[in-house]
Design a protein around this ligand. Sequence first.
Ligand SMILES: NC(=O)C1=CN([C@@H]2O[C@H](COP(=O)(O)OP(=O)(O)OC[C@H]3O[C@@H](n4cnc5c(N)ncnc54)[C@H](OP(=O)(O)O)[C@@H]3O)[C@@H](O)[C@H]2O)C=CC1
Ligand SMILES: N[C@@H](CC(=O)OP(=O)(O)O)C(=O)O
Length: 373
Amino acid sequence: MERRKVGILGATGTVGQRFIQLLDQHPWFEITWVAASDRSAGKRYADAAKWKLDTPMPARIADLVLQPNTPAANTGDVPKIIFAALDSDIAKELEPQFADAGCAVISNSSAFRMTPDVPLVVPEVNADHLPLLTKQAAYTSKSGGYIVTNPNCSAIGLVLALKPLEERFGIESLFVSTMQAVSGAGYPGVPSLDILGNVVPFIKNEEEKLQEEVGKLLGSFNGNGIDMLPAKVSAHCNRVAVIDGHTECVSIKFKKPVTREEILAAWAEFQPLAQHHLPTAPAHPVIFTDAPDRPQPRFDVGAGNGMSTTVGRLRECPLLDWKFVLLSHNTLRGAAGAAVLNAEVLAKMDLLPGKHLHTKTGAGLAENELVNA
Ligand SMILES: NC(=O)C1=CN([C@@H]2O[C@H](COP(=O)(O)OP(=O)(O)OC[C@H]3O[C@@H](n4cnc5c(N)ncnc54)[C@H](OP(=O)(O)O)[C@@H]3O)[C@@H](O)[C@H]2O)C=CC1
Ligand SMILES: N[C@@H](CC(=O)OP(=O)(O)O)C(=O)O
């Protein structure tokens, strides 16, 4: 099968490098275009990027030349599928330009996550929100472009654990306290003298994003927009001296009495994408460990190729109903892997740019094939 050509915007950064790692051998997508800041444009990828992953930089990518970062400034072919890993302010300016030029922009940034006509999606949780993209002006104006976003890295791990619980028991309120890895701040990120032997109890805008994104992700698509989940959510976000993997301590109040066995069954049976055979989807999005001292970033961050959330320490909460600890990989499941999985679902729903683009709404496929179990 011929692979679809894709580009990466912000290709030299922490998340951009993860995109390269995940897409280099991808069966459906082929990287043909990379771009970053004006500082990097015109350079070979190998000369512009400080490669920080423990797998080698793919030789073919090393020789790609970084292109200008707007569609207008490009003289050659810009692929119709763009994975974007830009800071929010830059994303705000650049992503709409690519959507207006007819590209599917699969974005990591927070810039448009809460925009009413932009889907904010974790496929196992709310793939049925994706048809919202057909309301965007770029799409309806027949350029066929659009923006789809994935959530904040802490929100992704959290909603994977919450979705099966919300479906079965209903969530009334939620308290979450995070311990977030330094790679979440990009490269070079947090200065070593600030974080070594230390905990920083502040990540700008993080608590606000986590609180509001959970409501949209667990909300429902009403045909025109998203009705937010009305649960109360309170978040504390902390930076800790871990390289990869965000750990979160979660306490929940449910709408009805729930047993430990029912919670464990909800997690174990949560496999909403199992029948779709998506290359990046983990077999088990939520993995429970009953070891008393797990999950831990050092041992569990790679679960499901970095795409599963590991949950553990499930116990009764004297304030709310139940509490547990979860861990997920912030640059894989929390960023690049999430975006690649979004693109795989869009491909399955026939919503990626192609010859049928303007006749498809994605609605039938969302309802019939990608509903969450
Ligand atoms: N790190 C993480 O765990 C997660 C990050 N995110 C989000 O993903 C986005 C990227 O984060 P991250 O990879 O960590 O950031 P980095 O700082 O590591 O990388 C930033 C990238 O943006 C490029 N860039 C900078 N300025 C411009 C510009 N004016 N035009 C085009 N490209 C530019 C840089 O290129 P150059 O090399 O040329 O400077 C680099 O490729 C952010 O919005 C972040 O919040 C989301 C989830 C998790
Ligand atoms: N802010 C997160 C990374 C992230 O996901 O950010 P954003 O919500 O801007 O994508 C962290 O530092 O760990």
